[in-house]
Ligand binder design. Structure first.
Ligand code: PLP
Length: 402
């Protein structure tokens, strides 16, 4: 007899996935509705409107794509790219390389501008690169999860609009936890995900785009052969599953038949967004900032140091240098096995050198912050690290109780 699986309760302080709100998990147990059931269509329309609020946009189009955040990144890029198009991708961390990888597979001419991961770009430098390379699309990451850096975007967006380029931004690690101004920063298409500050399991990507992008997508519309042999298009988008021209219609008031919607995930998203909006997005940003201050105070009090420029660190991720002589993975194992706390390692040049503490969504709570600081201090002392003992939680309490 195969036994049902069991799982432990964890304090998840990674940059995603994070703990889901209990009512999100309950919402997933709601009985299944058919994807075209009027009750489900109403839920979808409410989700569409709610998605727009943390993006701060009046765009008509905003919806969810079944698939993790990279499904949205891929859908966005392949909607705009036609073979040979120039895409400029400034990289200050890991996820810009994901954009480059997707754009390259879509047969774009990719211009990757690389720098050290310890800080963001000066916007003027990107504008200069745009002037030099004259791309059709500029694609960037707002918050780089790998190094915790957050790129200012407003001037780049203005320049792209003035020069009639498309500006695409990955807001996966910031959406819901940090202010994003899609309309004001003149972002043409923005993408987020469910498993970070929306506190929903991984499995959905959120996208919004304006009429400039919509015009391109409409011009590439092709309906699936099984539904019509009439609507063919030489410029059709290269994927069927991630075709925004069809997905946009799927999410319209008169939905076409495309995939079978992951209805339970949409229930979860409805509940996650509902809780976020009921808290208030400004209040959510303030909560993330407060918990970020407490994490930073605790880490500093322990005598540990941060990776990268603190002035451009995003509040949702804190990168910490692993002290010399300490095996970062042993500490992470101890945190998980003895304290039920998960923190993250990092990637590429930061692998083995940096830990990352996430501070996102439902996981961004005072009790989680105090627990991770206490556990990290204890694990480090146990492993012989030379840190200040008894200071971290006190420093965080001072932030909370002042
Ligand atoms: C900034 C950023 N972009 C993209 C992704 C890829 O997201 P997913 O794993 O949901 O496909 C992540 C994942 O952590 C991310 O942090």
């Amino acid at each position: 007899m195969i036994q049902p699986f069991t799982t432990s309760t964890r304090t998840i302080m990674t940059p995603g996935p994070v703990e889901a709100y209990p009512s999100v998990l309950r919402a997933m147990g709601t009985p299944i509705l058919g994807q075209f059931d009027p009750e489900f269509l109403k839920i979808m329309q409410e989700v569409k409107e709610m998605i727009k609020i943390p993006f701060q946009t009046k765009n008509e189009e905003a919806f969810a794509i079944d698939g993790t955040s990279r499904s949205g990144l891929e859908a966005a890029l392949i909607a705009l790219i036609e073979p040979g198009d120039k895409v400029l991708i400034p990289s200050y961390g890991r996820f810009a390389y994901l954009l480059a990888e997707i754009a390259e597979r879509a047969r774009a001419e990719v211009i990757l501008i690389e720098k050290e991961w310890d800080s963001v770009f000066q916007q003027e430098d990107i504008i200069e690169a745009i002037e030099t390379h004259q791309p059709k699309i500029v694609a960037m990451i707002h918050g780089e999860t790998a190094n915790g850096q957050m790129q200012p975007l407003d001037k780049i967006g203005v320049f792209c609009r003035e020069n009639n380029l498309f500006f695409m931004v990955d807001t996966v690690a910031t959406y819901g936890g940090v202010e994003i101004k899609v309309d004001e920063w003149q972002i043409d298409i923005a993408i987020a995900g469910s498993q970070k500050c929306v506190s929903v399991p991984a499995g959905l990507s959120l996208v919004t785009y304006n009429d400039r992008v919509k015009e391109v997508i409409e011009a590439r519309y092709q309906l699936e052969l099984g539904l019509s042999k009439e609507i063919r298009n030489e410029r059709h988008i290269s994927s069927n599953y991630l075709d925004l021209s069809q997905l946009q219609r799927y999410w319209s008031h008169e939905p076409i038949n495309h995939h079978t919607e992951a209805t339970s995930m949409i229930y979860a998203l409805h509940e996650g967004l509902r809780l976020l909006l009921n808290e208030g997005i400004q209040e959510s940003y303030e909560r993330h900032l407060l918990n970020d201050q407490a994490i930073k105070a605790g880490i500093e009090a322990m005598g540990l140091t941060f990776y990268g420029d603190l002035t451009t660190k995003m509040p949702t991720v804190t990168p910490i240098m692993i002290p010399k002589g300490i095996d970062g993975e042993n500490v992470r194992d101890m945190l998980l096995n003895e304290f039920g706390v998960e923190i993250a390692s990092s990637f590429g040049p930061l692998k083995g050198k940096v830990w990352r503490i996430g501070n996102m969504g439902y996981s961004s709570r005072k009790e989680n912050v105090l627990h991770v600081l206490g556990a990290l201090e204890a694990a480090l002392l146990y492993q012989g690290a030379n840190i200040n003992s008894g200071k971290a939680v006190q420093a965080a309490l001072e932030i909370y109780l002042k």
